[in-house]
Design a protein around this ligand. Structure first.
Ligand code: ZN
Length: 519
């Protein structure tokens, strides 16, 4: 009996040793490098149709000469005797500026799982909306890493979109800061605000990502002091003060499709109570729709317009919640680009929870109503001149790096934007938002040649933005063959055992992820 027991113990011990060894090997297993195509100093795109995203006109059959990644000339005919390093036949194709996704979340695995897919989908710029505290995180990336990546992109050592602005960690009061980190990150007290701003200034951050539960007095101080550090505020509308006040205080961008719903019903103040806003929200979601007052929404939009505050509705997240019970929606072919770990531990659970709500008697249809309302709000906001930017909220459930921007553009046109306006929401408007319209956002002489060649005219049908023939980025040309290999690189990375173990390990080792999931 005793011997059998020891034998059993020995078996368990060897099994555990084996599992540990496999996990350690998987974590240490080197990841493949993505090869960067050859750089060309001079590139000529011949007889292509150029889409002017500023006015919706098309310049047919023109040549674009690119030198050192900048547009050198745009002309009807190029002297054929002149030699260039690379000629691209643009006949019958349409060229648009590279698309920018203005709301994403990258992580330590993004160079394998996300960057190639952005480029393959014509996304050449992203505004990443997450960051770190004062310690390098195992999962999230911060400004220092993103700026290093940007430098490597400029040196043609990386395949990736540009990270166009640098975000702080999501500042959310006490709940989002794990034990052991400096107290000032919690900004419980307004006199901690300067330490926070100074810290992120030193980290070369451009904006403070504000989240829901910032104490009101601290938010006000943040808004007053940010400019001194040359920083701005962007993110959620903080729950405990009015949208009107946040607009007045100068927050530059507001994220997500529900912001007006939160404000425009008789009991809106119940959502501004730090003690029970969450309970109120989960119990009375339907009230927000049923008792919605469009007059209040319109007034808020007018304030946004007059303050040039931008709105990033991220419709894909509301769409997911609305359709989480729908088998067809859930069987997205792009799931092959997602690691099993993310699907199993995060997305499937998220889908189940939302499906349950969508099927329950008392909450049936509410998420669908939220989605529909957000689309109606986009139409009104657009008519009132609120600048709208396309964003996807990758890596939230059922959002796909690169692919989802095209869904968002299509949904924006279903919400009343013209095809041109949808294109503008991902090109010239973001370029102006980051105050870099001299270099980005349209196809003009002197601007950076981050360009997407399409098989068909996106002004005729916005879904033509998906028909990508080639992508030009930083002097590198990705033809259709290369684009396929970028997709395959991410697909095979996502399905590999060692990547899944790496993702799991980076998630469970991150104190930031732990508090975010606990909240
Ligand atoms: Zn987000």
């Amino acid at each position: 009996m005793k011997r059998a027991f020891f034998k059993f113990l020995k078996l368990i011990a060897s099994l555990m040793l084996l599992i540990t060894t496999v996990v350690v090997v998987a974590i240490l297993w080197p990841l493949p490098e993505l090869s960067v195509p050859n750089n060309h100093d001079q590139i000529l795109i011949e007889s292509v149709n150029i889409v002017d995203v500023k006015n919706g006109k098309i310049l047919y059959d023109h040549d674009i000469l690119i030198e050192n990644n900048k547009i050198k000339s745009i002309s009807e005919t190029w002297n054929l005797n002149n030699s260039v390093d690379l000629r691209i036949n643009g006949q019958g194709k349409y060229v648009i500026p590279g698309l920018w996704d203005m709301h994403t979340h990258s992580n330590q695995q993004s160079p394998w799982l996300h960057h190639p897919l952005y480029i393959a989908n014509g996304v050449t710029g992203i505004r990443d909306m997450s960051g770190q505290l004062n310690v390098k995180d195992s999962y999230w990336v911060g400004s220092i890493e993103r700026l290093m990546w940007n430098a490597e992109l400029n040196a043609n050592k990386r395949v990736m979109p540009r990270y166009v602005l640098q975000s702080s960690y999501q500042i959310d009061g006490v709940s989002s800061v794990p034990d052991g980190f400096p107290e000032f990150f919690k900004i419980e007290n307004p006199n901690q605000v300067d330490s926070l701003l100074q810290f992120y200034k030193n980290e070369h951050v451009d904006f403070i990502k504000v989240y829901q539960q910032i104490p009101v007095a601290s938010y006000r101080k943040l808004a007053y002091r940010a400019e001194y550090y040359n920083l701005h505020l962007a993110g959620h509308k903080p729950m405990f003060l009015s949208l009107e006040e946040a607009i007045d205080l100068g927050q530059r961008s507001f994220e997500h499709g529900r912001i007006f719903l939160f404000e425009s019903f008789p009991e809106a103040d119940s959502l501004k109570n730090p003690k029970n806003w969450k309970r109120y929200f989960s119990k009375h979601k339907r009230k927000l729709v049923d008792e919605h007052d469009p007059k209040v929404t319109r007034a808020l939009m007018q304030s946004m317009q007059s303050k040039n505050a931008h709105w990033v509705p991220t419709l894909q997240t509301l769409k997911f919640e609305a359709l989480a019970h729908d088998k067809t929606f859930l069987s997205n072919p792009n799931l092959k680009y997602i690691t099993r770990i993310r699907k199993k531990l995060w997305w499937n659970m998220d889908a189940k929870n939302n499906a349950k709500k969508n099927n329950a008697e008392d909450t049936k249809g509410v998420s669908q109503d939220f989605y529909n309302m957000a689309m109606q709000h986009i139409e009104i906001a657009n008519n009132l001149g609120v600048p709208i930017m396309a964003g996807t909220d990758v890596t939230d459930s059922y959002t796909f790096a690169g692919f989802s921007i095209h869904d968002e553009l299509e949904d924006l046109t279903k919400s009343g934007l013209t095809n041109l306006e949808a294109l503008q929401s991902a090109t010239i408007i973001p370029a102006e938002f980051v105050q870099n319209e001299n270099l980005y956002g349209s196809i003009e002489i002197g601007k950076v040649a981050d360009l997407v060649l399409l098989e068909a005219n996106p002004l005729e049908r916005i879904s033509h933005s998906r028909k990508i023939h080639g992508v030009l980025m930083n002097g590198l040309y990705y033809d259709s063959e290369r684009i396929e290999s970028l997709k395959y690189f991410s697909e095979s990375s996502a399905s590999s055992f060692h990547m899944n173990i790496k993702v799991l390990f980076s998630l469970i080792s991150s104190p930031l992820v732990r508090v975010q999931f606990a909240d």
